[in-house]
Design a protein around this ligand. Sequence first.
Ligand code: SF4
Ligand code: F3S
Length: 105
Amino acid sequence: TYVVTEACIKCKYMDCVEVCPVDCFYEGENMLIIHPDECIDCGVCEPECPPEAIVPDTDPQAETWLELNREYSDNKWPNITRKGEAPADADTFRGQEGKYEKYFS
Ligand code: SF4
Ligand code: F3S
């Protein structure tokens, strides 16, 4: 599976949603996540994400995030199939560290 990581938080560009052939993205207030059991590992979303928030589960970064993607896509956050508007201030959060502690939702 592919996994959405911290770089998505408060950026939420949503270019990933448009290209997913199985619609396995789920939406929180400040980020999207991938349902690990629904993702077919096609990899097309990975290069679409401007801040490179999407990584394969083989990436060392994915470890802690895989659990979170699983937890919140399992009946907690709604499925999203169409790209919405990215936050107006998305660019200002690009590359910031510590976004999980401050803004995860
Ligand atoms: Fe969807 Fe493919 Fe990305 Fe998985 S890897 S979330 S199936 S676009
Ligand atoms: Fe997030 Fe990147 Fe998608 S910022 S919403 S994972 S395009």
